[in-house]
Design a protein around this ligand. Structure first.
Ligand code: DAH
Length: 352
Protein backbone atom coordinates (compact mmCIF):
# COMPACT_ATOMS: atom_id res chain seq x y z
CA UNK A 1 0.00 0.00 0.00
CA UNK A 2 1.26 3.46 -0.84
CA UNK A 3 2.01 5.94 1.87
CA UNK A 4 -0.55 8.74 1.58
CA UNK A 5 1.79 11.27 3.19
CA UNK A 6 4.42 10.50 0.56
CA UNK A 7 1.80 10.78 -2.19
CA UNK A 8 0.91 14.24 -0.91
CA UNK A 9 4.52 15.38 -1.00
CA UNK A 10 4.98 13.86 -4.44
CA UNK A 11 2.00 15.77 -5.77
CA UNK A 12 3.38 18.99 -4.26
CA UNK A 13 6.67 18.46 -6.10
CA UNK A 14 4.92 17.52 -9.32
CA UNK A 15 2.78 20.68 -9.09
CA UNK A 16 5.84 22.85 -8.51
CA UNK A 17 7.49 21.43 -11.62
CA UNK A 18 4.46 21.81 -13.81
CA UNK A 19 3.89 25.32 -12.59
CA UNK A 20 7.47 26.22 -13.42
CA UNK A 21 6.91 25.10 -17.00
CA UNK A 22 3.54 26.83 -17.39
CA UNK A 23 3.71 30.28 -18.89
CA UNK A 24 0.83 32.40 -20.05
CA UNK A 25 -2.73 32.48 -18.87
CA UNK A 26 -4.01 29.45 -20.85
CA UNK A 27 -1.21 27.24 -19.48
CA UNK A 28 -1.92 28.39 -15.93
CA UNK A 29 -5.57 27.65 -16.38
CA UNK A 30 -4.75 24.15 -17.58
CA UNK A 31 -2.61 23.51 -14.49
CA UNK A 32 -5.41 24.75 -12.26
CA UNK A 33 -7.89 22.39 -13.92
CA UNK A 34 -5.54 19.49 -13.74
CA UNK A 35 -5.00 19.85 -10.00
CA UNK A 36 -8.09 21.49 -8.63
CA UNK A 37 -10.97 20.38 -10.84
CA UNK A 38 -13.67 19.02 -8.58
CA UNK A 39 -14.14 16.08 -10.90
CA UNK A 40 -10.98 14.33 -11.99
CA UNK A 41 -8.62 16.84 -10.39
CA UNK A 42 -5.45 15.32 -8.91
CA UNK A 43 -6.11 16.83 -5.48
CA UNK A 44 -9.65 15.46 -5.36
CA UNK A 45 -8.33 12.06 -6.38
CA UNK A 46 -5.88 12.22 -3.50
CA UNK A 47 -8.67 13.12 -1.07
CA UNK A 48 -10.76 10.26 -2.29
CA UNK A 49 -7.80 7.90 -1.90
CA UNK A 50 -7.73 8.67 1.81
CA UNK A 51 -10.72 6.40 2.22
CA UNK A 52 -8.29 3.51 2.17
CA UNK A 53 -6.15 4.91 5.00
CA UNK A 54 -6.62 3.73 8.58
CA UNK A 55 -9.49 5.61 10.26
CA UNK A 56 -7.27 7.22 12.93
CA UNK A 57 -4.90 8.58 10.26
CA UNK A 58 -7.59 10.07 8.11
CA UNK A 59 -8.17 13.41 9.87
CA UNK A 60 -4.46 14.27 9.85
CA UNK A 61 -4.05 13.18 6.21
CA UNK A 62 -7.19 15.11 5.29
CA UNK A 63 -5.65 18.23 6.81
CA UNK A 64 -2.46 17.69 4.83
CA UNK A 65 -4.35 17.35 1.53
CA UNK A 66 -6.44 20.42 2.30
CA UNK A 67 -3.30 22.33 3.15
CA UNK A 68 -1.83 21.29 -0.23
CA UNK A 69 -5.02 22.33 -1.97
CA UNK A 70 -4.83 25.73 -0.29
CA UNK A 71 -1.19 26.04 -1.22
CA UNK A 72 -1.88 25.23 -4.87
CA UNK A 73 -4.76 27.72 -4.98
CA UNK A 74 -2.74 30.50 -3.42
CA UNK A 75 0.24 29.85 -5.67
CA UNK A 76 -1.93 29.79 -8.78
CA UNK A 77 -3.71 32.97 -7.73
CA UNK A 78 -0.40 34.69 -7.16
CA UNK A 79 0.86 33.63 -10.60
CA UNK A 80 -2.38 34.74 -12.21
CA UNK A 81 -2.22 38.19 -10.70
CA UNK A 82 1.46 38.38 -11.64
CA UNK A 83 0.46 37.69 -15.22
CA UNK A 84 -2.27 40.31 -14.94
CA UNK A 85 0.35 42.65 -13.50
CA UNK A 86 1.92 42.77 -16.93
CA UNK A 87 -1.19 44.72 -17.92
CA UNK A 88 -1.55 48.29 -16.59
CA UNK A 89 -3.39 48.44 -13.26
CA UNK A 90 -6.91 49.74 -13.55
CA UNK A 91 -7.01 53.52 -13.55
CA UNK A 92 -3.51 53.88 -14.97
CA UNK A 93 -2.89 55.80 -18.15
CA UNK A 94 -1.99 53.70 -21.13
CA UNK A 95 0.12 56.07 -23.17
CA UNK A 96 0.09 53.72 -26.13
CA UNK A 97 -3.65 54.08 -26.72
CA UNK A 98 -4.75 56.53 -29.39
CA UNK A 99 -5.78 59.81 -27.73
CA UNK A 100 -9.31 60.98 -27.20
CA UNK A 101 -9.96 64.01 -29.36
CA UNK A 102 -10.93 66.85 -27.04
CA UNK A 103 -14.11 68.66 -28.04
CA UNK A 104 -13.16 72.03 -29.43
CA UNK A 105 -15.18 74.87 -27.99
CA UNK A 106 -16.46 77.83 -29.92
CA UNK A 107 -18.11 81.11 -29.20
CA UNK A 108 -21.80 81.27 -28.41
CA UNK A 109 -24.05 81.57 -31.48
CA UNK A 110 -25.29 84.96 -30.32
CA UNK A 111 -21.69 86.15 -30.05
CA UNK A 112 -20.92 84.80 -33.50
CA UNK A 113 -23.96 86.55 -34.87
CA UNK A 114 -23.07 89.84 -33.19
CA UNK A 115 -19.59 89.64 -34.67
CA UNK A 116 -21.03 88.90 -38.09
CA UNK A 117 -23.32 91.92 -37.82
CA UNK A 118 -20.40 94.07 -36.65
CA UNK A 119 -18.35 92.90 -39.62
CA UNK A 120 -21.04 93.71 -42.14
CA UNK A 121 -21.46 97.23 -40.79
CA UNK A 122 -17.71 97.73 -40.34
CA UNK A 123 -17.28 97.06 -44.00
CA UNK A 124 -19.78 99.84 -44.68
CA UNK A 125 -17.63 102.20 -42.61
CA UNK A 126 -19.48 102.02 -39.30
CA UNK A 127 -17.67 102.49 -36.02
CA UNK A 128 -18.50 99.88 -33.33
CA UNK A 129 -18.97 101.33 -29.84
CA UNK A 130 -20.13 99.99 -26.51
CA UNK A 131 -21.64 101.69 -23.50
CA UNK A 132 -22.98 101.19 -20.00
CA UNK A 133 -25.79 98.78 -19.17
CA UNK A 134 -26.51 100.75 -16.02
CA UNK A 135 -28.08 103.90 -17.37
CA UNK A 136 -29.78 107.06 -16.22
CA UNK A 137 -33.29 108.15 -17.09
CA UNK A 138 -32.01 111.02 -19.21
CA UNK A 139 -30.02 108.89 -21.67
CA UNK A 140 -32.45 105.99 -21.76
CA UNK A 141 -35.63 108.05 -22.14
CA UNK A 142 -35.65 111.79 -21.80
CA UNK A 143 -33.03 112.83 -24.36
CA UNK A 144 -34.72 110.43 -26.77
CA UNK A 145 -37.81 112.60 -26.70
CA UNK A 146 -39.53 110.52 -24.02
CA UNK A 147 -40.09 112.91 -21.11
CA UNK A 148 -41.48 111.55 -17.82
CA UNK A 149 -45.08 110.36 -18.26
CA UNK A 150 -44.56 109.82 -22.00
CA UNK A 151 -46.74 106.84 -22.93
CA UNK A 152 -43.96 105.25 -25.01
CA UNK A 153 -42.16 104.49 -21.76
CA UNK A 154 -44.83 101.94 -20.96
CA UNK A 155 -43.60 99.64 -23.70
CA UNK A 156 -40.23 99.46 -22.07
CA UNK A 157 -40.76 98.88 -18.39
CA UNK A 158 -37.41 98.18 -16.85
CA UNK A 159 -35.66 97.27 -13.63
CA UNK A 160 -34.81 100.21 -11.41
CA UNK A 161 -31.94 100.35 -8.96
CA UNK A 162 -32.75 100.81 -5.28
CA UNK A 163 -30.22 103.63 -5.15
CA UNK A 164 -28.34 105.41 -7.94
CA UNK A 165 -24.91 103.98 -8.69
CA UNK A 166 -22.03 105.49 -10.59
CA UNK A 167 -22.21 104.05 -14.10
CA UNK A 168 -19.22 103.21 -16.27
CA UNK A 169 -19.88 106.44 -18.10
CA UNK A 170 -19.61 108.38 -14.85
CA UNK A 171 -23.23 109.46 -14.51
CA UNK A 172 -25.61 108.43 -11.74
CA UNK A 173 -27.42 105.38 -13.06
CA UNK A 174 -30.86 104.56 -11.77
CA UNK A 175 -31.98 101.78 -14.13
CA UNK A 176 -30.92 98.97 -16.43
CA UNK A 177 -31.09 100.27 -19.98
CA UNK A 178 -34.10 99.06 -21.94
CA UNK A 179 -32.51 99.58 -25.33
CA UNK A 180 -29.25 100.60 -26.90
CA UNK A 181 -30.76 103.82 -28.24
CA UNK A 182 -29.23 105.77 -25.34
CA UNK A 183 -25.90 105.22 -27.07
CA UNK A 184 -27.04 107.63 -29.77
CA UNK A 185 -27.19 110.33 -27.12
CA UNK A 186 -23.96 109.32 -25.40
CA UNK A 187 -22.01 109.41 -28.63
CA UNK A 188 -23.47 112.63 -30.04
CA UNK A 189 -22.97 114.43 -26.70
CA UNK A 190 -19.28 113.86 -26.95
CA UNK A 191 -18.61 113.83 -30.71
CA UNK A 192 -19.43 116.36 -33.44
CA UNK A 193 -21.00 115.16 -36.70
CA UNK A 194 -20.58 113.24 -38.92
CA UNK A 195 -21.55 110.00 -37.17
CA UNK A 196 -21.71 106.48 -38.52
CA UNK A 197 -21.83 103.88 -35.76
CA UNK A 198 -23.36 100.75 -34.42
CA UNK A 199 -23.63 100.04 -30.69
CA UNK A 200 -24.21 96.42 -29.73
CA UNK A 201 -24.92 95.39 -26.16
CA UNK A 202 -27.16 93.91 -23.51
CA UNK A 203 -30.51 95.45 -22.63
CA UNK A 204 -33.12 94.67 -20.00
CA UNK A 205 -36.89 94.66 -19.79
CA UNK A 206 -39.36 93.73 -17.17
CA UNK A 207 -40.64 90.83 -19.22
CA UNK A 208 -41.41 87.30 -18.17
CA UNK A 209 -39.68 84.42 -19.92
CA UNK A 210 -41.58 82.92 -22.81
CA UNK A 211 -40.92 81.75 -26.36
CA UNK A 212 -40.00 85.22 -27.55
CA UNK A 213 -39.10 87.18 -24.41
CA UNK A 214 -36.22 87.17 -21.96
CA UNK A 215 -35.67 89.85 -19.30
CA UNK A 216 -32.19 90.33 -20.73
CA UNK A 217 -31.38 90.32 -24.41
CA UNK A 218 -29.02 91.97 -26.86
CA UNK A 219 -29.52 94.71 -29.40
CA UNK A 220 -27.55 96.50 -32.05
CA UNK A 221 -28.22 100.20 -32.40
CA UNK A 222 -27.29 102.05 -35.56
CA UNK A 223 -26.87 105.79 -36.09
CA UNK A 224 -25.78 107.81 -39.10
CA UNK A 225 -25.74 111.62 -39.02
CA UNK A 226 -24.36 114.01 -41.60
CA UNK A 227 -25.08 116.78 -44.02
CA UNK A 228 -27.24 115.01 -46.55
CA UNK A 229 -28.36 111.80 -44.93
CA UNK A 230 -31.74 110.72 -46.31
CA UNK A 231 -34.33 107.99 -45.98
CA UNK A 232 -32.83 106.51 -49.14
CA UNK A 233 -29.56 106.00 -47.24
CA UNK A 234 -31.46 104.22 -44.49
CA UNK A 235 -33.14 101.93 -46.98
CA UNK A 236 -29.96 101.25 -48.93
CA UNK A 237 -28.00 100.49 -45.77
CA UNK A 238 -30.57 98.12 -44.31
CA UNK A 239 -31.17 96.48 -47.66
CA UNK A 240 -27.47 95.77 -48.02
CA UNK A 241 -27.28 94.48 -44.47
CA UNK A 242 -30.24 92.13 -44.84
CA UNK A 243 -28.96 90.66 -48.07
CA UNK A 244 -25.48 90.17 -46.63
CA UNK A 245 -26.80 88.38 -43.58
CA UNK A 246 -29.78 86.47 -44.93
CA UNK A 247 -29.01 86.05 -48.62
CA UNK A 248 -29.52 87.78 -51.95
CA UNK A 249 -33.01 86.39 -52.40
CA UNK A 250 -34.50 88.34 -49.50
CA UNK A 251 -36.90 91.22 -49.98
CA UNK A 252 -37.17 94.11 -47.54
CA UNK A 253 -40.19 96.26 -46.82
CA UNK A 254 -40.69 99.37 -44.70
CA UNK A 255 -43.87 99.70 -42.69
CA UNK A 256 -44.88 103.04 -41.13
CA UNK A 257 -44.53 102.97 -37.36
CA UNK A 258 -43.86 105.23 -34.41
CA UNK A 259 -40.87 105.86 -32.19
CA UNK A 260 -40.51 109.11 -30.21
CA UNK A 261 -36.91 109.55 -31.36
CA UNK A 262 -37.48 109.18 -35.10
CA UNK A 263 -39.72 110.94 -37.59
CA UNK A 264 -40.79 109.38 -39.85
CA UNK A 265 -40.44 105.96 -38.27
CA UNK A 266 -40.60 102.55 -39.88
CA UNK A 267 -40.55 98.97 -38.93
CA UNK A 268 -38.56 96.83 -41.31
CA UNK A 269 -39.66 93.38 -42.42
CA UNK A 270 -37.74 90.83 -44.43
CA UNK A 271 -39.36 88.26 -46.66
CA UNK A 272 -39.80 84.93 -44.95
CA UNK A 273 -37.08 82.40 -45.72
CA UNK A 274 -39.22 79.40 -44.83
CA UNK A 275 -41.88 79.95 -47.52
CA UNK A 276 -39.92 82.20 -49.85
CA UNK A 277 -42.22 85.09 -49.00
CA UNK A 278 -45.37 83.44 -50.30
CA UNK A 279 -46.84 82.89 -46.84
CA UNK A 280 -48.49 79.70 -48.07
CA UNK A 281 -49.14 77.39 -45.11
CA UNK A 282 -46.20 78.99 -43.32
CA UNK A 283 -46.07 78.96 -39.54
CA UNK A 284 -42.78 80.84 -39.43
CA UNK A 285 -44.31 84.09 -40.78
CA UNK A 286 -47.87 83.26 -39.73
CA UNK A 287 -48.86 83.19 -43.40
CA UNK A 288 -47.91 86.81 -44.01
CA UNK A 289 -44.73 86.15 -46.00
CA UNK A 290 -42.92 88.75 -43.88
CA UNK A 291 -40.87 88.73 -40.69
CA UNK A 292 -40.34 91.84 -38.60
CA UNK A 293 -36.66 92.42 -37.97
CA UNK A 294 -36.06 95.93 -36.65
CA UNK A 295 -37.25 99.45 -35.90
CA UNK A 296 -35.84 102.50 -37.64
CA UNK A 297 -36.42 106.03 -38.81
CA UNK A 298 -35.00 109.49 -39.44
CA UNK A 299 -33.55 111.02 -36.29
CA UNK A 300 -36.09 113.35 -34.63
CA UNK A 301 -35.04 117.02 -34.43
CA UNK A 302 -35.69 116.96 -30.68
CA UNK A 303 -32.90 114.38 -30.33
CA UNK A 304 -30.48 116.64 -32.18
CA UNK A 305 -31.47 119.52 -29.94
CA UNK A 306 -30.83 117.43 -26.84
CA UNK A 307 -27.25 116.78 -27.90
CA UNK A 308 -26.56 120.25 -29.31
CA UNK A 309 -26.55 119.33 -33.00
CA UNK A 310 -28.13 121.88 -35.35
CA UNK A 311 -31.41 120.24 -36.50
CA UNK A 312 -31.62 122.75 -39.37
CA UNK A 313 -28.36 121.56 -40.78
CA UNK A 314 -28.00 117.87 -39.95
CA UNK A 315 -30.13 114.90 -40.77
CA UNK A 316 -29.67 111.30 -39.80
CA UNK A 317 -31.15 107.86 -39.56
CA UNK A 318 -31.21 105.35 -36.76
CA UNK A 319 -32.21 101.75 -36.30
CA UNK A 320 -32.30 99.16 -33.57
CA UNK A 321 -32.59 95.40 -33.78
CA UNK A 322 -32.60 92.53 -31.34
CA UNK A 323 -29.80 90.05 -31.98
CA UNK A 324 -31.85 87.17 -30.55
CA UNK A 325 -34.65 88.08 -32.89
CA UNK A 326 -32.30 88.04 -35.86
CA UNK A 327 -31.02 84.65 -34.63
CA UNK A 328 -34.55 83.23 -34.42
CA UNK A 329 -35.26 84.42 -37.94
CA UNK A 330 -31.95 83.35 -39.40
CA UNK A 331 -31.95 79.85 -37.95
CA UNK A 332 -35.66 79.20 -37.61
CA UNK A 333 -35.40 78.67 -33.86
CA UNK A 334 -38.76 78.78 -32.12
CA UNK A 335 -37.78 79.32 -28.51
CA UNK A 336 -35.50 82.19 -27.54
CA UNK A 337 -34.76 80.56 -24.17
CA UNK A 338 -32.71 77.86 -25.89
CA UNK A 339 -29.98 80.43 -26.45
CA UNK A 340 -29.53 80.81 -22.71
CA UNK A 341 -29.76 77.22 -21.51
CA UNK A 342 -26.22 76.26 -22.49
CA UNK A 343 -27.15 72.88 -23.90
CA UNK A 344 -24.30 71.92 -26.24
CA UNK A 345 -26.60 69.85 -28.42
CA UNK A 346 -28.35 73.11 -29.26
CA UNK A 347 -25.40 75.50 -29.26
CA UNK A 348 -23.34 73.38 -31.63
CA UNK A 349 -25.86 73.66 -34.44
CA UNK A 350 -25.01 77.18 -35.56
CA UNK A 351 -21.84 77.51 -37.56
CA UNK A 352 -21.47 80.98 -38.97
N1 DAH B 1 -35.15 101.25 -29.38
C1 DAH B 1 -36.15 100.51 -30.10
C2 DAH B 1 -36.56 99.27 -29.31
O1 DAH B 1 -35.83 98.89 -28.42
C3 DAH B 1 -35.62 100.08 -31.44
C4 DAH B 1 -35.39 101.25 -32.33
C5 DAH B 1 -36.40 101.76 -33.10
C6 DAH B 1 -34.15 101.88 -32.38
C7 DAH B 1 -36.20 102.82 -33.93
C8 DAH B 1 -33.93 102.96 -33.18
C9 DAH B 1 -34.99 103.43 -33.98
O2 DAH B 1 -32.76 103.58 -33.28
O3 DAH B 1 -34.77 104.49 -34.81
O4 DAH B 1 -37.57 98.70 -29.57
Amino acid sequence: MTDPARDIDALRTQFAEELARASGEPALRAVRDRYLARKGGLVSALLRGLGAAPAEERPRLGQLVNALKQEIETTLDARASEAAGARPPTGAVDVTLPGRVPGTGHRHPLTLLRERIEMIFSRMGFLVIEGPELEDDYHNFEALNMPPEHPARDMQDTLYLAAPVRSLAGSAATLLRTHTSGMQIRHMETHPPPVRLIAPGRVYRRDNLDLTHTPMFTQVEGLVVGDHVTLADLKGTLFTFVRELFGEDRQVRFRPSFFPYTEPSAEVDISCGACGGTGIDCSMCKRTGWLEILGSGMVHPAVFEAVGYDPERYTGFAFGMGIERVALLKWGVEDIRLFYENDFRFLEQFPL
